[in-house]
Design a binder for this molecule. Structure first.
Ligand code: CA
Length: 229
């Protein structure tokens, strides 16, 4: 089954570029030039994911996201927001509106497709089905194993959980507190510097394959798993 991706973008050149990239990645691209056209397309058939431009003529992308989240039928559709650099400050609003991820313009088709796949994996749950490949690493959820190329990676249990979280949530910055919540569980009392310890161990684990740079420090913010330097 091809994934059906709705592209809501008023800029024809971006819309066409994205549609082309989606089709090349074996996905179905449904273009819409504004929120109204998007609502009609959604009513026709629920897409698997929506790429939503922030700045649209008429109703903004953010407002459309809010409306979709309020409706029972569209509440669960994953949304990736397309934003210009200056709009980054508004991310908080987007998170409140229930947006799943962001891609900042200008973006490459490759980056966008990677983010779409990551969000789709997350929305479908990665327990049971999940083998994830990213940046030369492969994590096999059901088998609880990690591979660098064809080689098995010996990894500790906490580092495994940390890596699994990162690989299912790539290209996003998480604070130490957020990582504690997601990886250790909110009810456990662990100091934030524990995160640093396990980040160091995870990097050391990946070092023999020169993959430690996938785990990036974002100064003043936290950590991110990213396939781009
Ligand atoms: Ca626009």
């Amino acid at each position: 089954m091809h994934k059906r991706i709705l592209i809501v973008e008023d800029e024809p050149s971006i819309r066409d570029m994205v549609a082309f990239a989606l089709r090349k990645a074996d996905m179905e691209a449904v273009p819409a030039a504004d929120a109204r056209a998007a609502q009609i397309a959604i009513a026709e058939r629920i897409p698997d994911l929506i790429l939503l431009d922030w700045m649209l003529p008429g109703m903004s992308g953010l407002e459309l996201a809010r409306r979709l989240r309020r409706e029972e039928s569209s509440r669960e559709i994953p949304i990736i927001m397309l934003t210009a650099r200056g709009e980054e400050m508004d991310r908080v609003n987007g998170l409140e509106a229930g947006v799943d991820d962001y891609v900042v313009k200008p973006f490459s088709a490759r980056e966008l497709i990677a983010r779409i796949k990551a969000v789709l994996r997350r929305s479908q749950g990665d327990d049971g089905s999940g083998v994830i490949e990213l940046g030369g690493l492969r994590i096999d959820g059901p088998a609880h194993r990690v591979f660098a190329g064809e080689e098995a990676v010996a990894i500790g249990p906490t580092e495994y959980r940390l890596l699994h979280f990162f690989m299912t949530h790539p290209e996003r910055v998480y604070s130490r507190a957020q990582l504690l919540d997601h990886v250790w569980g909110g009810s456990v009392y662990v100091e934030e510097r524990t995160v640093d310890v396990h980040i160091r161990r995870l990097r050391k684990t990946l070092e023999p394959w020169q993959l430690d740079a996938l785990v990036q420090t974002v100064r003043g913010a936290g950590y991110r798993f990213s396939t781009s330097a």
